[in-house]
Design a protein around this ligand. Structure first.
Ligand code: FES
Ligand SMILES: [Fe+2]
Length: 374
């Protein structure tokens, strides 16, 4: 039996019970197998709207940010008018990956192999000596058709999404339930105040997403950083591609974005597959960028936002970055242990999940399976 057939059949065996009954997780192979990971890359990440980056990082013309989706090298480019474009990060001559690190290329993207150059709109400007010394023309070679290959993308607030296959639903339709759920956030007032590079986490990307979605662990794993968020005030949210949880504190302390803890009402919402937004009322937000790099490895960044004008000192910003770094590391520790647990035969059938606290994480797993199974 193939890996995907096995994961699906384990799920099917567990599906018979109804609402309120104990739920079951995904079979361990969904987190460990190279075959399942490859199917996810092809059937899920290449065909969905995958979150890849932040608009504010491309405000200067000429900025190039290389990213990878489903194993394909892509390039986000800010053109002369600071408009964003997304292309395959591959030279049209011999296929060299053009840009390896975030940089400003000034006016043109130059290939280091044979010096072909592209303007910031991806058009091929020069193919020096391609037809002979000081000759670019070659019969059958059309420069105007040899620009960087574009990739379908969508900009939404500060966030950049790509759809490699080009045939996903229109982004507004795809993200509708999520957009409806975050109406309490004034996205026009978001101001980036810091970025944390959380490095490589030794776990499958789904563990980080599931952990963000479910509130069951919060008072235990974050017993100091989120001591003011009691379990009783939490509930889950499951609405199409918008999965997550929320906490509405009965007793809201007087908190502002400069708080050094998470004692505030909050929303933890994901847009399937890899976009995670935390809203901390009244005036903080944060977005995680989770990039799968192997079945058991995920790269993670977080951008912190204030909502509205706050007068942050450098110390305020450093304190907030420190708080969030600590919160993420608490989650990483757990997610890495989950990964290790998946090598045990005990977890072949996926373990148990609470129908009360982990139903939205379970719904996330269903979306994964549906996408992977095609
Ligand atoms: S591969 Fe880019 S110029 Fe030859
Ligand atoms: Fe957590």
């Amino acid at each position: 039996m193939s890996v995907i057939d096995n994961v699906l059949s384990v799920r099917e065996q567990h599906r018979a019970q109804g609402e309120g009954y104990v739920l079951h997780g995904l079979a361990a192979e969904a987190y460990t197998s190279a075959e399942f990971y490859k199917l996810e890359q092809e059937n899920l990440f290449a065909k969905s709207w995958t979150f890849v980056g932040f608009v504010h990082e491309l405000s200067v013309p000429g900025t190039c940010v290389p990213v990878e989706v489903a194993g394909r090298p892509l390039l986000i480019v800010s053109n002369e008018r600071a408009e964003i474009g997304v292309f395959h990060n591959v030279c049209r001559h011999r296929g060299l990956k053009l840009v390896t690190d975030t940089c400003n290329v000034k006016g043109s993207i130059n290939c280091p192999y044979h010096a072909w150059s592209y303007n910031l709109d991806g058009e091929l400007e020069a193919a020096p000596h391609f037809g002979g010394f000081r000759i670019q023309e070659v019969p059958g070679f059309k420069k105007e058709e040899t620009g960087l290959m574009p990739v379908r993308f969508a900009l939404w607030n500060d966030w950049i999404f790509v759809n490699l296959s080009g045939d996903a639903l229109d982004f507004d339709e795809y993200s509708k339930t999520f957009a409806d759920r975050i109406q309490l956030l004034d996205t026009s007032a978001l101001k980036p105040i810091g970025k944390i590079d959380l490095g490589e986490v030794k776990c499958n990307w789904k563990f980080l997403m599931e952990n963000f979605i479910e509130p069951y662990h919060v008072p235990i794993v974050h017993d100091t950083t989120a001591a003011g968020q009691p379990l009783k005030d939490h509930y889950t949210i499951s609405d199409g591609r918008c999965l997550g949880s929320a906490v509405d504190l009965e007793e809201q302390k007087d908190t502002t974005a400069k708080s050094s803890n998470l004692d505030m009402s909050a929303r933890y919402l994901t847009l399937f597959p890899n976009f995670a937004l935390g809203i901390y009322l009244p005036d903080q937000a944060g977005v995680h960028l989770n990039i799968p790099i192997a079945p058991d490895r995920t790269r993670q960044f977080r951008v912190l936002y204030s909502v509205g004008d706050q007068n942050y000192t450098e110390t305020d910003k450093q304190n907030l970055c420190k708080l969030w770094y600590d919160v993420h590391k608490e989650d990483h520790h757990i997610a890495e242990l989950l990964q290790q647990g998946r090598s045990s035969p005990v977890m072949r059938d996926g373990g148990l999940m609470s129908p009360h606290w982990e139903d939205s994480a379970h719904a996330f797993q269903d979306l994964v399976l549906k996408a992977v199974a095609g």
